[in-house]
Design a protein around this ligand. Structure first.
Ligand code: DO4
Ligand code: MG
Length: 283
């Protein structure tokens, strides 16, 4: 099932997306559906199928969930670890260490406040000269840590701030519009092999290509259950928490994001997440 949300009066409404059409689930957001399915011991797709309207209408997907918390994993692909070590002048430094250790890098990416959906602006910090998209597969978690769905994420990051000093990581990672999610959440019964997905990312400026890259989730160095297990050790994340699984696509500095650039992340089984970049300054 392709589950997402549409904008409704006063907030969001869950909807099942079938091509250009959507069937809404009156009275429910996606987080409500996750909670209900867990309370009833039924899968998210079954719960949703029972409650969804039979009437389909054209709707564009918006933010697919309003996550209470977003967490992210880092250095889960060799490419991400070796790039970051080289940024610090090391062949194998702290990033390679984390890549090889049983304990993964897990960091807090924010709350719904910093999230945007398809078509909305992603942020470039006004104090960053090298902000890059990080295309990632994201896990949507139930209240007990079960993976109830998969979506696309952009872990937009100010790499120059992280490069200056690793202790600046939270400032490079967490700021307004630093996380894009969408377009929909695909439930596990419809995503047979999440370890064999081809992800692509393009960046265009004024309609001209600036960057294009791809990776397969087969290159992910971790198992999703292990990432979730580390996230939830002594940390009881609530239903609807989203966990980004790390990037395997690295955008070079000469393709650093500028205002107006358009980033598209795609996994055919999930869809396309497109956002344009916009500077975020102080209020
Ligand atoms: O420590 C740096 C962050 C790594 C990251 O976000 C990634 O690999 O995706
Ligand atoms: Mg990342």
């Amino acid at each position: 099932m392709r589950l997402g949300q549409i904008k409704a009066e006063g907030g969001y409404l869950a909807a099942v997306f079938e091509g250009e059409l959507a069937r809404t689930v009156p009275g429910y957001t996606v987080t409500d559906l996750i909670r209900r399915s867990e309370a009833q011991g039924v899968t998210l797709s079954k719960t949703t199928a029972r409650l969804a309207s039979h009437h389909a209408e054209p709707h564009a997907p918006t933010l697919p969930i309003v996550p209470p918390e977003v967490w992210a994993c880092g250095c889960t692909y060799e490419m991400s670890a070796s790039f970051r070590d080289s940024e610090h002048g090391a062949r194998e430094g702290m990033y390679a260490y984390v890549y090889h250790q049983p304990r993964p890098e897990v960091f807090f990416k924010g709350t719904a406040r910093v999230c945007v959906g398809p078509g909305q602006a992603i942020g470039i910090r006004a104090d960053s000269n090298f902000t890059a998209p990080e295309p990632e597969l994201a896990l949507v978690l139930g209240g007990k840590g079960d993976i109830v769905g998969y979506t696309l994420a952009n872990d937009v990051s100010a790499w120059d701030i992280e490069r200056e000093n690793a202790l600046y990581l939270p400032q490079s990672k967490v700021y307004t519009a630093c996380c894009a999610l969408g377009p929909v959440i695909v439930t596990p019964d419809d995503l047979l092999d999440p370890y064999n997905l081809e992800m692509t990312c393009t960046v265009t400026r004024n309609g001209q290509p600036r960057f294009s890259g791809s990776v397969s989730t087969a290159k992910l160095h971790r198992k999703f259950e292990s990432l979730v297990e580390y996230l939830r050790r002594a940390n009881h994340t609530p239903a609807g928490t989203v966990l980004l699984t790390g990037t395997g696509i690295i955008v070079p500095e000469d393709a650093a994001l500028a205002p107006g650039d358009v980033v598209t992340i795609r996994i055919p089984e999930i869809g396309e997440l497109t956002n344009h970049a916009q500077t975020v300054g102080a209020l």
